[in-house]
Unconditional design. Structure first.
Length: 230
């Protein structure tokens, strides 16, 4: 198991590559999927509490080596959404978080997934970066933003590029947002109206977490997170 109720020594047994814990509507994933890219390091993910629809959790990590390679995506997920974009009116979400550490190269981000059919394979990955530390950058075909929209009251740079068979769109905030509150449907609507994303596609999963590239003694603490599909 890779998820523990905190506090727990991050060098202890709760550091397996894959592990998850279901709490209420959410699943918390450890998900050290890219750990093999590191020269050394470890990560531990902890469940805090569930109060109504609001969940708290944290993850601590140190990763060295493997420059430019993501080591993990510890996250909280709303799974099996299985709703067409055209049938969704809003996706309200709030996320209050802090992060500490040294020499961090990482992002703190939502990861939203779309498939062309119910139960189908994901075709689009939409990331919403609330923080980009240490020069971390999104997947991009050109290395440059394709647009600079204002969504949910904040300014973003939008990047696009392929990741295997998946098209990735990444909205990167112009400055760090530690207390986010907004309607995630606004990001989907922007892509429908401006990038040709089909409103008939299905939302499969809505995730929020951190992608570390490298750094020492990092701790991402989420004091409150919630999301729902309406």
């Amino acid at each position: 198991m890779g998820v523990a109720r905190y506090p727990r020594d991050p060098t202890g047994p709760w550091v397996k590559v894959h592990g998850s814990l279901e709490t209420g509507r959410y699943t918390i994933y450890h998900n050290n999927w890219g750990a093999a890219n590191a020269d050394s390091g470890s990560q531990c993910t902890h469940f805090g509490s569930l109060n109504g629809d609001s969940v708290s959790w944290s993850t601590s990590w140190t990763w060295e080596g493997g420059a430019g390679q993501v080591k993990s995506y510890s996250n909280v997920a709303l799974e099996n959404v299985n709703k067409q974009l055209s049938s969704v009116s809003s996706i309200p979400s709030s996320w209050s978080w802090t992060q500490t550490g040294s020499n961090l190269v990482s992002d703190v981000s939502y990861d939203l997934w779309l498939a062309p059919t119910s139960g189908g394979n994901n075709a689009y990955e939409i990331m919403v970066w609330l923080d980009a530390s240490g020069g971390a950058g999104p997947i991009s075909s050109t290395g440059s933003a394709i647009a600079t929209p204002t969504i949910a009251g904040s300014s973003w740079s939008l990047y696009s590029g392929p990741n295997g068979d998946t098209t990735v769109y990444s909205f990167v905030a112009s400055s760090t947002i530690n207390d986010f509150s907004g309607d995630m449907m606004e990001f989907f609507n922007y892509l429908i109206e401006n990038e040709g994303v089909d409103s008939g596609y299905y939302i499969t999963s809505l995730q929020a977490g951190t992608e570390p590239f490298s750094g020492e003694d990092a701790v991402l603490t989420t004091s409150a997170y919630s999301i729902s599909v309406q």
